[in-house]
Each structure stands twice: as C-alpha cells, then as structure tokens.
Design a protein around this ligand. Structure first.
Ligand SMILES: Nc1ncnc2c1ncn2[C@@H]1O[C@H](COP(=O)(O)OP(=O)(O)OP(=O)(O)O)[C@@H](O)[C@H]1O
Ligand SMILES: [Mg+2]
Length: 165
C-alpha cells in the first residue's frame, strides 16, 4: 500500500535497479540520507551504482570494505557510501557517520548506507529503501521518515513510471 510517504516499485531486471538509482541521483538534494535495507545480494550496491551515474560520477562504485567509507566528490553533489555489514554498533558509533550527513567532515552531499541496522543513532530525516528478492527480479519499498527534500518530486517522477505498484 502506497501513501504520501511511501512508494512500492517492481524492479524486474538489473537495469530497473540502476535506473531507480539514476533517478534518485538526478533528483535528491545535498543532505539527504539514504538507508538501504535488504538481504545479501538484494541490490543495495547496484542501486548506489545507479545513484552515482545519476549524479554524474564516473569513478567505479564498489562497496567499501577496508576503507569503511568511500567518498565520491566529483558529481553534481558529493556521494558518501557506507557499508556497515562487517561492523558492530560500537564500531559504527566510532566512525561518526553523522559527521558526513551533517556536512561536518566533508561538504554536504548524499550519504548512502548499506546495512543501516548497525547504526547506533538513527537519523531523524531519511529516505529508506528496502530491497527484496522475488522470483523474477526485486521489489523496492521506498519510505521517508521526517522531512526529505524533493521527496514529492521523487515520488511523482517514479510513480509516472510503469514499475509503480
Ligand atoms: N532488479 C534486479 N533483478 C535482478 N538482479 C538484480 C537486480 N538488481 C540487482 N541485481 C543483481 O543482484 C546481485 C547482487 O547485487 P548487489 O551486490 O547490489 O547486492 P547488495 O544488496 O549490495 O548485496 P550485499 O548485501 O552483499 O552488499 C548483482 O548480481 C546484481 O546484478
Ligand atoms: Mg552491497
């Protein structure tokens, strides 16, 4: 069930996941926090690769492992990519992801976080995307918490596409 703060999409192919990311990369504003949930292999990194393309980033986007965070300053606005899978909540706390989404550590951009369940302090305002496997492809459940700039525009533009359910 979709309402003003959520939207459900079908992503039948890999290209749909990339295109969803691209749309978000074109529309989201600096300061947006994107929390990506879903099982191993659900498509979180793929969506962030699309997001990078939509922002105009040409560097290859791969999940941060040893680096913990990858910074991509070259696009329309900066992208900060966290993958918290291997970390404990205490380690995540020491990493201070809020310094990125508050623009304290680096210029304000989009902070995209895989495995946000590991966050010790959940942000107040964010866009959550929960990806799930289905027989052919994936589903994406988008929802906002608090205030997310451009959400209405994002919702309108994604609803106009035939994948909205
Ligand atoms: N809509 C889709 N339909 C079919 N395959 C897809 C779709 N979206 C992504 N994939 C494929 O799913 C696989 C896993 O994707 P990805 O690495 O992005 O997942 P992930 O959620 O980041 O996994 P992890 O939890 O390990 O970080 C990739 O091979 C990708 O091409
Ligand atoms: Mg991943």
């Amino acid at each position: 069930m979709a309402n003003d703060t959520s939207l459900n999409l079908n992503l039948p192919t890999l290209k749909h996941t990339l295109d969803l990311g691209k749309q978000l990369g074109r529309l989201l504003s600096a300061g947006t926090i994107l929390l990506l949930e879903g099982d191993l292999g659900a498509g979180k990194t793929t969506l962030i690769q699309g997001l990078g393309a939509g922002l105009g980033i040409t560097d290859a986007i791969v999940s941060p492992t040893f680096a913990l965070i990858h910074e991509y300053p070259e696009g329309r606005i900066p992208l900060y990519h966290f993958d918290l899978y291997r970390l404990t909540s205490a380690e995540v706390h020491d990493l201070h992801p809020e310094h990125y989404w508050l623009g304290l550590e680096a210029p304000l951009g989009i902070t995209a976080i895989e495995w946000p369940q590991r966050l010790s302090d959940e942000p107040e305002n964010y866009l959550s995307i929960e990806l799930a496997h289905i027989e052919h492809g994936r589903t994406a459940a988008l929802s906002i918490s608090g205030v997310v700039d451009c959400w209405n525009e994002v919702r309108r533009s994604l609803t106009a596409e035939s994948t909205a359910t």
